[in-house]
Every structure is written in structure tokens, then in C-alpha cells.
Design a protein. Structure first.
Length: 702
């Protein structure tokens, strides 16, 4: 029996980007384990990825190309050959491109985070075609834009040092479910005497294990952060030396913070004044008076509201006020992805665009429902005639799902889906193309929760007729007559092009060394901003951003109220008085893993957590079926009456495939296509609903 161990990397949209060791026997992967030598992974994987072989060898894997034979959305297909599939795709796309290539759009996101199987050969193909560009906003663009204006890039502290912090604030995240390796370090800090604080509207698994939980209403985090600043300034809990030497705009920030005394913020956020005074006092006391490291782990939950970008700006300003960056275990982390020197121009080749440097129109992936239903007669560009979906499942994950499904149901829309399984989106495809999983192809990865490059070596041969994304687009390019040499690049060659080796941060790192070693750490200081050196134009943390002023934006961190809240939309709130958020379920990752039987069995069915007082007012009993609804749609779920959801809030852990829910719907039936203040991102957690007991016939059907 031939056994070997292959070095690989987790491809999923998680900050941990774990280093994997894949055990292969006689050509079959039998085990996926964490690499114990990788300092970030430490030999531990989450429940989802530890069962990765269940995904690769799932009985429902797509193993041959398919052509639709039923109505769109029915999921009825017949097998066809690769030649038939690619010929039809090339013919249909070619005919549309001859009229207007901007009528074609790609739709992709983070089904894989790999630099090779993500946006390399695919981007080259669509650039050469002249297709519309996709604004990939659906997860992180509000926060990324905020960090760019504040720090100059998506950069932050190194999570490996968190165990040395004396205070860890986990703001808008649930790392037990979605950032396990940060959580292990936070627990170690707790064992060493650190105080752990969760700021989250929901008492998540993480919040339950922290010393204190502060539960603001969704979309009010900016006001809370400004009130914390108010206390720091009022009580002179400031590192004046760091502010003077390494920041810009303190006077303007001070003026803004003075507008948010704790009493005002407490009213906005729905939290006690004492909570604000306590967290601000502890943060400033430890950092300034005691010179101890204090850390903020900021996550993406709090950016998914109208004011999410400015809220990130406000929170991201706090470490510089108290000099937290002086310590390796101090500062803030939202993302570390901006540290990685990636040669995106080499990977994606925007110079292939027909009129470069002029570019085609851009379609925002977060408003794909409206985009697909636009008739092309306005100023939004031509009517969309074709969509090629890869690394995403928009019918399940995009907001205002009824419109998304209606758009994909258009009979005059040609849809191609590259997938592992027949997802909600694949059911609407004209052609489905079977793609490889991470164990079946080559890739190279950066991370956004640590600072290691990782290699993913191919562990096993592709299942059935599945092909890597890169090979699918290579073959399509050949059929379209694209002759540029870059379309012949192998996956290994693309991996080698990904890293800007002349950048000192990548010194000693190459695809060859990564492939052999599995992972390598960037060359960075332990405390990257101890002496300033932020990658802004000024080299400083910019409380006041000249770039924002030039862009017509408020240049100082601000509180931007939610679209849907009693104060900003009183008439709407009178009809739909409950705020709803839909954070990830522990055993799912966005819509990935929902069809893995063992993981779905653990989750059970869609639930809606509701506070006992809110439940009693509506005649809702624990364990019964309820209907959550607003003007955009509705969904069925089983009620869990619990004070884990604060009063005025309901929580639907997500994202279920719609076809696997009893009513064929998920939480995105209720979310809107409105966008954030910065970054044009979706507002998944800026959503008012009402909840009622399900009608008897619906409850029985479930």
C-alpha cells in the first residue's frame, strides 16, 4: 500500500488559512489534518475542514458536464461531453461578445481563496473578452476601504502574539465558529490573566466565554467607538507621543468624539452607560497608564450596515490613540491581506482589455438581482445576456434573494456555472461544468488572519471528468481564438507569477520554496507600526483622511445610522420592529459545506433565535415554526426562544442552501441590495423584520 503525505492549504474564506497535511493511500485521500509545525495552524483544524474528504468524495459531486433539459431552477440536466459543453459556451459567448462584450459578466468570489484557481486564468479570459468587470464587494469591501483610508492598506497586528495581550476585545465576530486559531490564542491570554470582551448584538458561542459581553443594536458600532474615544480624551487616557508623531488629524477626531458622550451613545446603541465607561476606562488604563498590550480583533459583522465603513474607521482609530501599536500583542486586526506582495497584474493581465487603460462598465456583485433584471435602456450599460459563475453561489448568498432568483430565471440569460455540486445557482444554469476541489489541483495562498504564504500541492487526481478552473478557462480561451502566450501558462507557472519576489517582505519566498516547505512567513517586524510607518501617503495613521475629502466623503470617522432602524426609519420600524442579523452557522462557511450530511445534521434545520419578551409578545413558543418577513420576502424557521438574542433582535444562523430549507428560502429573502457608506458593500445586518407563528399549513409542510 503506497502512502504519502502531501502539503496543502485550506482554500476557504476564513482568516485562518490553515496548513494541511493530506494523507494519500493508493491515489485516494484518506485524511486531512492540520500541520502541527505551522505556527498559525498548530495541528488543529475546524470541524468543517477536518472532514474535507467527505466533500471531495461526496456522492453528489459533479463529475461530468451537464446541459439543462428542464426549466430554469428545476435542476434537470443531461450529461454531455466536454467538447459539446465548451463548444456551446464558446459559441454563445462569442455571439454575445460580437454585439457587445459588456453584456457578459463573470460572477465569482471566495469559493476558493487561491490565487491560481481564483482570479488568474479566469480574469485573463474575461479581460481579453472585454466583458463587464465585477466589483467583488459581498464580504469585505467596506472594511477594506476603511482600512485603506486609515492605515493605507488591509494591515494589522500579528495574531501569533495575542496570547501576550492583557485585554482582548472581540468586536463583531465569533472566532469559535470562524477564526478558531485566533480563539485558541485569546483563550491562552485569558489563562494568563487577560480580560476578554465581546462586542456583538448576539451572545454568540464566543461571547458566552468572554468575561463581559456588550450588545449594541446592529449598525450602531460607530457611535459606540466614538463614545469610547470620548472617554479616552475626557480622562486623558491618551498616548500623546504616539499621537503627535504617528497620526494625522487628532484635533478633528477630538471634535467629533466630543459629540458622542457615553449617554448619547448608550441611547443610540441600546447599551448601559456603565458598559461604555467600563470598556473605555479599562482600555485606556491598561494601554496608557500601565503600558500593557491591548488588542482588538475586529471582524466583518459590524461593517454589514449602512455606516459599516465609517464604523471600521472609528474602531481602527482607537489603537493609535492609546499607543497600542507599540507592542506585538497590541493594536488591531481586521485583515492582514495587505501585507502580502501579490503581482495581480501578472495574474490577471488587465492589459488584455481591448481598450486598456479604458475599462468596461463595472457591475456590483451585491446588487446582482437588480443588475440581472435591468432592461438595458437606462444608463447602467447593456442588458446582461450571459453570466459565468465560478467560486460562488449567488442565488443563495446575494441579498434580496427573490430578485436574484428572478434574474437567473430569465430564459434569455445564458448562464454557465463551474461547480462541485448542484447548488441553488447551478439549478439555474444552462451549462454546468464540473470543477476540482482543493485536493485535486495546485494553488498558492495568502491569508487575511496571519502572515504566511502557503502552497497547495495537488494530492489526488481529479474525480471523474472534473477540471481545475484554470484548465476550463484555458480550453475556453483556445475555442475563442485567444492566442496570447499567457493562456498557455500552466498552474505551476501561474503560481510562480503570483509573488512579487522583488518586494523585501517576500525575500526568500518563491513558488519553488513554498511547494517544498508548504508555508513561509513574510518578513515583517513583530510590531509593524511601533514607530509608525503606516502604508498611507503620510506614513501615519490618518484620523483625518485627505483622500476621503477628495473623494467627497466625511474625512473624519463618523456615526452613520442604519437604513432600517426606529430612529432613521420610524414608519418602517412600526411595521417591522425587529432587527435581524444572519451570521454564519458554526458548521457552515457561507454556503459551503451545507450539503455535507454530517455537518448539516449537526445544524439540524434553519433556526431563528428570539428574545423571550419578543417571543411572548407575539405568541411564539420555543420549538415552533415561525415566519420572519418584511416587504422583500419571508422565510420559515424553527423558533429558539433565548436571551442570547438581545431584545429587539432576531438571529438566523446562515447560509442555508435554499433547496435544503423546508420552504425553499433562506435569510437573504429578507436582506436588501442597499450599500454601505464606504466600499459599496452589502448591508446584510441592516434589516428590519417582523416574526409571527407560521400558519398551520406551512408549519405542517415543514
Amino acid at each position: 500500500m503506497a502512502t504519502r503525505i502531501v502539503r496543502a492549504a485550506c482554500p476557504h474564506d476564513c482568516p485562518d488559512t490553515c496548513a494541511l497535511l493530506v494523507t494519500v493511500e493508493d491515489g485516494r485521500a484518506i485524511k486531512v489534518a492540520g500541520d502541527p509545525d505551522h505556527p498559525a495552524t498548530q495541528g488543529v483544524l475546524c470541524t468543517k475542514v477536518s472532514r474535507y474528504t467527505e466533500r471531495t468524495y461526496h456522492p453528489d459531486r459533479l463529475l461530468t458536464p451537464l446541459r439543462r433539459v428542464g426549466k430554469k431552477g428545476e435542476g434537470k440536466f443531461a450529461p454531455i461531453s466536454w467538447d459539446e459543453a465548451l463548444d456551446e459556451v464558446a459559441r454563445r459567448l462569442g455571439a454575445i461578445a460580437a454585439r457587445d462584450p459588456q453584456a457578459i459578466i463573470p460572477y465569482s468570489y471566495a469559493g476558493t481563496m487561491g490565487l491560481v484557481q481564483g482570479e488568474s486564468m479566469a480574469a485573463r479570459f474575461f479581460h481579453k473578452l472585454g466583458a463587464s468587470l465585477l466589483d467583488r464587494t459581498i464580504c469585505a469591501s467596506a472594511g477594506a476601504t476603511a482600512l485603506r483610508y486609515t492605515y493605507g492598506a488591509s494591515v494589522g497586528m500579528d495574531m501569533e502574539y495575542v496570547a501576550d495581550a492583557k485585554l482582548v476585545i472581540i468586536w463583531g465576530g465569533n472566532p469559535i465558529a470562524s477564526n478558531l486559531h485566533f480563539w485558541t490564542r485569546a483563550q491562552e491570554a485569558k489563562r494568563r490573566g487577560a480580560t476578554l470582551v465581546a462586542i456583538d448584538p448576539y451572545r454568540s458561542l464566543t461571547a458566552e466565554k468572554c468575561h463581559r459581553h456588550i450588545a449594541p443594536m446592529p449598525g450602531t458600532d460607530g457611535a459606540l467607538a466614538l463614545a469610547i474615544m470620548h472617554v479616552l480624551i475626557r480622562d486623558d487616557l491618551l498616548d500623546h507621543d504616539y499621537i503627535e508623531r504617528h497620526t494625522i488629524g487628532f484635533a478633528a477626531l477630538r471634535e467629533r468624539a466630543m459629540e458622542f458622550p457615553p449617554a448619547r451613545a448608550a441611547e443610540i446603541c441600546g447599551v448601559p452607560v456603565d458598559d461604555i465607561e467600563w470598556i473605555a476606562g479599562l482600555y485606556g488604563q491598561l494601554a496608557v497608564r500601565e503600558r500593557q498590550p491591548v488588542a482588538i480583533r475586529l471582524n466583518y459583522g459590524m461593517q454589514r450596515a449602512h455606516g459599516g465603513g465609517q464604523a471600521v474607521r472609528a474602531v481602527a482609530s482607537l489603537p493609535s490613540l492609546v499607543g497600542a501599536w507599540r507592542h506585538p500583542a497590541g493594536g488591531l486586526q481586521l485583515s492582514t491581506s495587505g501585507f502580502f506582495p501579490i503581482d495581480n497584474a501578472a495574474l490577471q493581465r488587465p492589459d488584455l482589455l481591448p481598450n486598456w487603460p479604458q475599462v468596461p462598465r463595472t457591475v456590483n456583485m451585491s446588487t446582482i438581482g437588480d443588475a440581472l433584471l435591468d432592461d438595458g435602456t437606462g444608463d447602467q450599460g447593456p442588458k446582461i445576456e450571459a453570466v459565468v459563475v465560478y467560486n460562488s453561489n449567488p442565488v443563495a448568498v446575494a441579498p434580496e434573494s427573490a430578485k436574484v432568483a428572478a434574474g437567473f430565471a430569465r430564459e434569455d440569460l445564458f448562464t454557465v456555472v463551474l461547480e462541485h455540486f448542484r447548488t441553488d445557482t447551478a439549478d439555474y444554469a444552462d451549462i454546468v461544468l464540473p470543477a476540482t476541489t482543493q485536493l485535486e489541483h495546485v494553488d498558492v495562498h495568502k491569508a487575511y488572519g496571519h502572515t504566511y504564504f502557503l502552497a497547495n500541492n495537488q494530492a489526488v487526481a481529479p474525480m471523474g471528468q472534473a477540471l481545475p478552473n484554470t484548465e476550463i478557462f484555458r480550453r475556453l480561451a483556445a475555442r475563442m481564438g485567444f492566442t496570447e502566450p499567457c493562456f498557455a501558462d500552466s498552474d505551476e507557472a501561474i503560481a510562480a507569477q503570483a509573488i512579487l519576489r522583488q518586494d523585501k517582505r517576500a525575500e526568500g519566498i518563491s513558488w519553488d520554496s513554498l511547494r517544498e516547505q508548504g508555508w513561509q512567513k513574510l518578513n515583517l517586524p513583530a510590531a509593524p507600526f511601533a514607530e509608525g510607518g503606516f502604508p498611507t501617503a503620510s506614513g501615519k495613521c490618518e484620523f483625518y483622511s485627505e483622500a476621503m475629502a477628495r473623494d467627497g466623503l466625511d474625512p473624519v470617522p463618523a456615526y452613520v445610522p442604519p437604513y432600517e432602524a426606529p430612529a432613521s426609519a420610524p414608519e418602517l420600524a412600526a411595521r417591522y420592529p425587529l432587527a435581524m442579523i444572519s451570521p454564519p452557522a458554526r458548521n457552515f462557511l457561507n454556503s459551503s459545506f451545507v450539503n455535507v450530511d454530517s455537518l448539516r445534521a449537526t445544524e439540524g434545520e434553519p433556526h431563528l433565535d428570539i428574545h423571550p419578551l419578543d417571543a411572548a409578545a407575539r405568541g411564539i413558543v420555543h420549538g415552533t415554526m415561525v415566519r420572519a418577513f418584511n416587504d422583500r420576502g419571508s422565510m420559515l424557521a424553527r423558533a429558539r426562544v433565548t436571551d442570547r438574542a438581545r431584545q429587539g433582535l432576531v438571529v438566523g444562523l446562515s447560509i442555508w442552501w435554499k433547496k435544503l430549507a423546508s420552504d425553499g428560502k433562506n435569510a437573504n429573502e429578507l436582506t436588501s441590495q442597499r450599500l454601505t457608506d464606504l466600499g459599496r458593500a452589502p448591508v446584510f445586518y441592516d434589516c428590519l423584520v417582523e416574526v409571527a407563528p407560521a400558519p398551520a399549513e406551512e408549519a405542517v409542510a415543514s
